[in-house]
Ligand binder design. Structure first.
Ligand SMILES: [Zn+2]
Length: 518
């Protein structure tokens, strides 16, 4: 987005103009570390096994239970929320990808019409915008996923993400040191590293299950059991998404970015966002309870300790603050929940057949990707009574799926979210009144949605607590060490409050349109 467009966007946002709060004295660097697909229930189960970085952070900060405010518990809306404080109703980022009625096609959340990377769909400013407006500091974000690097920053700052086609790092700002890093530390040189478990006997004990538990599917060409050798897959550069190596290369690069962007040495506190996407792919492929996820998290526990030490060395102990949290949770394995799996194709076919029963043969549904059903222009052009009758038939058809527990019309829930309460408010915050579909559907407990050609062990994106509750470990600058928390503090933290907390540490205000926390 160019500067003129951004200023227009900022002017259009209600609320006070950006102003500079005094930063927490002595703070040099503020870190937002996102573990992609990290449910509270899973962390509580695994917590006793961690004695590395998790334990250090739990002994300096506070463990809270964060509640995502909407049912859009997906990567793009979640990262937009973390960096802007705004749920889809105001951020405009309603899903990882959605149907654009005016274009007649699907675009990813950070994809422009011409296929380039963009933040044009994000309606509000983010932490990177606030840092840029304050002057005297920089904001950097690193992730395997483009959307996870771009959206927390907003429209300003240096976002760096991985390109599997070239096995190189790409950036919206292309800092010269990144080209040098691509040369000196090529990801391709590490793609022969076989993923073998640290300690299979311990994984069996901790997980209480076998390596190939029911429901596991693998991903990227990996099977259900160790070892996982990227060289046996069709595309090793792509396979890194579903390996601990995917976390390692992101954390290596983030540590390099601290030095090369001189984070912690500017007039005001700098911002570093790191998002660990591989954690999400491993969850989808093998499930949160799997040997694979356990092994990845035990490795991450050690890497987090290294990261904390690196931050101490770079900016001085106490001079950095961190929020460690997640964009969304995930369902336990459907096999343990009396649930199951559905495909988007099944939903779309059922919806179209239902409409056709009223209107005759035709293309009545343009898109049925969770959680939206978009009617085609031909459907919307029907006379009012026929349309209402077809719409009712579609709602009934969706409701007859055992795996769907909630269906409805978006118009009945979108808009004026602050006047709504409870579940109606959560639904309201899920929808962008202009961009969301005509109807919505939400999965029942233990049921997940998947693409026909991409089976999943588990997934997320519902109103259920397993998708909405995530750990939040808040380590403020100059934290006083205490006994590491073995359980979360009582009460819940509304996830719209993450961005304001980080802004307070940074001494900036982004002033997006935020709903009040309830
Ligand atoms: Zn995610």
């Amino acid at each position: 987005m160019n500067r003129v467009a951004l200023l227009a966007l900022l002017a259009a946002c209600p609320g006070p103009p950006p102003h500079h709060e005094p930063a927490v004295a002595g703070t040099k660097l503020v870190v937002l570390l996102v573990i992609d697909q990290w449910p509270e229930w899973a962390f509580e189960a695994k917590r006793p096994a961690f004695h590395g970085g998790f334990e250090r952070l739990l002994g300096e900060g506070q463990w809270r239970v964060g509640r995502h405010p909407s049912a859009a518990t997906l990567t793009a809306p979640g990262h937009a929320l973390l960096g802007t404080g705004a749920p889809p109703a105001t951020s405009g980022i309603l899903a990882n990808e959605w149907w654009h009625r005016d274009l007649g096609r699907v675009l990813h959340a950070t994809e422009a019409e011409d296929g380039s990377e963009t933040t044009q769909w994000l309606r509000v400013p983010g932490l990177g915008d606030a840092v840029a407006a304050s002057g005297g500091a920089v904001a950097v974000a690193v992730s395997l996923k483009d959307r996870a690097a771009l959206l927390p920053l907003g429209h300003h700052g240096t976002a760096i993400w991985y390109d599997a086609k070239t096995a190189q790092w790409l950036s919206n700002a292309s800092p010269p040191w990144l080209a040098a890093w691509n040369q000196s530390h090529p990801v391709s040189a590490r793609l022969h590293e076989v993923w073998t478990p640290l300690d299979p006997a311990r994984l069996a004990e901790l997980s209480g299950t076998v390596d190939a538990a029911p429901g596991e599917v693998g991903d990227k060409g990996f099977g259900t059991t160790f070892p996982h050798d990227p060289q046996t897959t069709k595309d090793p550069a792509d396979a890194i998404y579903a390996m601990p190596l995917g976390n390692d290369v992101v954390l290596d690069l983030a540590t390099e970015a601290i030095a090369r962007e001189h984070l912690g040495t500017h007039a005001r506190p700098d911002l570093l966002v790191v998002s660990l996407s591989a954690h999400d792919y491993v969850g989808h492929a093998w499930g949160q309870e799997s040997w694979e996820q356990w092994d990845m998290e035990l490795r991450l526990d050690a890497r987090l300790a290294q990261l904390a030490d690196a931050l101490d060395r770079a900016v001085g102990a106490g001079n950095w603050g961190m929020i460690l949290t997640s964009d969304h949770g995930a369902s336990p394995m459907p096999e343990t929940m009396h649930g199951g799996r559905m495909t988007f194709h099944q939903i779309e076919t059922a919806a179209n057949n239902a409409a056709a029963a009223v209107l005759g043969p035709g293309t009545w549904i343009d898109n049925a990707h969770y959680p939206n059903i978009y009617f085609s222009p031909a459907m919307l052009a029907q006379p009012k009574e026929e349309l209402a009758s077809a719409e009712k038939r579609v709602l009934d058809a969706l409701h007859s799926f055992p795996g769907i527990e909630k269906v409805g019309r978006v118009v009945d829930f979108a808009g004026h979210c602050d006047t709504r309460t409870g579940e109606a408010r959560a639904l309201c915050l899920t929808f962008d009144p202009e961009r969301s579909g005509d109807l919505f559907y939400l999965p029942a407990a233990g049921w997940i949605l998947q693409d026909e050609d991409e089976p999943l062990a588990t997934a997320h994106g519902s109103l259920h607590d397993y998708d909405r509750l995530v750990p939040v470990i808040v380590v403020p600058p100059h934290a006083v060490p205490h006994a590491p928390q073995a359980a979360p503090s009582p009460g819940e933290l509304d996830m719209t409050q993450i961005a304001p907390m980080l802004e307070t540490w940074l001494g900036v205000t982004a002033a997006p349109a935020r709903p009040s926390a309830r």
